[in-house]
Design a protein around this ligand. Structure first.
Ligand SMILES: Nc1ncnc2c1ncn2[C@@H]1O[C@H](COP(=O)(O)OP(=O)(O)OP(=O)(O)O)[C@@H](O)[C@H]1O
Length: 347
């Protein structure tokens, strides 16, 4: 079997999201058959490691070559326009921002569970807490686990397999309320240049709530794969979410979808499901703006206790954990769509 035979077989593998075959979409970077040692190496343009849909593409590629009597070696990389020197975060494949139009809707909770959930799938993950008004990451690590520095680089502490960094670690006692764009820019630059993230598949950024200077500076400084917008089903939170959407729209940032938090309450006493903040708002918002709906997370006391001291609830079993797992998978799948669409250029 030669390279063109391999490509012919790969032309039967469909991309479940982009709706075409991977060869026509330009998602096969390279094929190399080594008859002597009986291997075929296929490099695929896949950009969202451990996302279910990209894992399925890889499985289909293996299946398509299963009877070829060759060992199949797969690798995945999205060809970069910029050299490593020119890239802002060269070791980081995907930066995913978690945003909300208003405070208290559970944005940080979603960010933490997203990071822990991606790590549980097998990905290499970092979580950067840029929420200067309500930093959550410092609470996740003990005092002894604060980041270490040799004066030049900062080594982020790790929990649940996630590398953690917080604006709070870098700024100390400074009052964030007086922060303005230039200072945020300086700190973000420091984050980029001085923190030893190593190689990451995903860096989750927990943005401050709202649509102010800090959020804009981050959008302008970092190459985001896309943003997740968190809302509750209430109208007021939804109105604010629309403002968030506009901000991302103005900056040509991809929105990976809308997550609806506090979507109903399963009563532990009566077993009934109560829609305390209404229902369907997040789904409606997504539909109105032609955006993916990432899933709903119920109001559950375990979310708060998990956030305060224990493990993120996504790492446990049960209804709420499952709803977070669905959200994690949808975010990863949609990040993959953004990356692969970039390669296929709308082919
Ligand atoms: N689905 C949920 N069920 C129960 N409690 C929740 C849920 N989501 C969030 N909480 C709790 O609500 C509070 C606010 O959540 P969180 O800090 O994630 O919100 P936020 O949008 O990031 O707020 P901030 O404005 O501070 O950035 C926290 O105590 C959190 O544990």
């Amino acid at each position: 079997m030669n390279e063109s035979d391999v490509r012919e077989r790969l032309a039967d593998v469909r991309d479940p999201d982009l709706g075409g075959d991977i060869v026509s979409l330009g998602l096969v970077n390279d094929v190399a058959v080594d008859e002597a040692d009986g291997t075929v190496h296929v490099s695929l343009a896949l950009g969202a490691p451990f996302s279910p849909n990209e894992s399925a593409i890889a499985d289909d590629v293996r299946d398509a070559l299963a009877d070829a009597d060759l060992d199949v070696e797969l690798s995945a990389s999205i060809p970069e326009d910029l050299s490593a020197d020119e890239q802002v975060l060269p070791g980081v494949q995907n930066v995913i921002a978690v945003a909300s139009g208003k405070g208290g809707v559970g944005k940080s909770t979603v960010a933490v569970n997203l990071a822990a959930g991606l790590s549980a799938l097998g990905a290499r993950v970092g979580l950067f807490d840029a929420d200067v008004y309500g930093p959550n990451v410092p609470r996740m690590v003990s005092a002894e686990q604060r980041p270490e520095t040799d004066g030049e680089t900062i080594v982020p502490p790790e929990r649940f397999g996630v590398k953690l960094m917080s604006m709070d670690f870098l700024t100390g006692e400074d009052d964030p309320v007086i922060w303005r764009g230039p200072m945020v820019h300086k700190i973000i630059t420091q984050l980029v240049e001085d923190v030893e993230w190593g190689e990451l598949d995903y860096l989750v950024m927990d943005l401050p709530p709202g649509t102010g200077d800090t959020q804009l500076t981050i959008l302008q400084t970092l190459p985001l794969t896309g943003a997740v917008i968190v809302t509750t089903p209430q109208d007021v939170a939804l109105d604010d979410a629309v403002k968030g959407l506009r901000m991302f729209g103005k900056h040509d940032t991809n929105v990976l979808g809308i997550a609806e938090n506090m979507a109903g309450f399963r009563c532990p006493d009566c077993g009934g499901f109560h829609e305390i903040f209404g229902s369907g708002g997040g789904k409606g918002l997504a539909a109105d703006h032609d955006l993916p709906f990432l899933g709903g997370i119920p109001l559950d006391p375990a979310v708060r206790t998990g956030g305060d001291d224990g493990e993120p609830v996504v790492l446990e079993d049960g209804e709420t954990a499952d709803s977070f797992k669905v959200l994690v998978e949808n975010v990863a799948n949609n990040a993959g769509v953004v990356r692969r669409r970039g390669v296929s250029g709308g082919r």
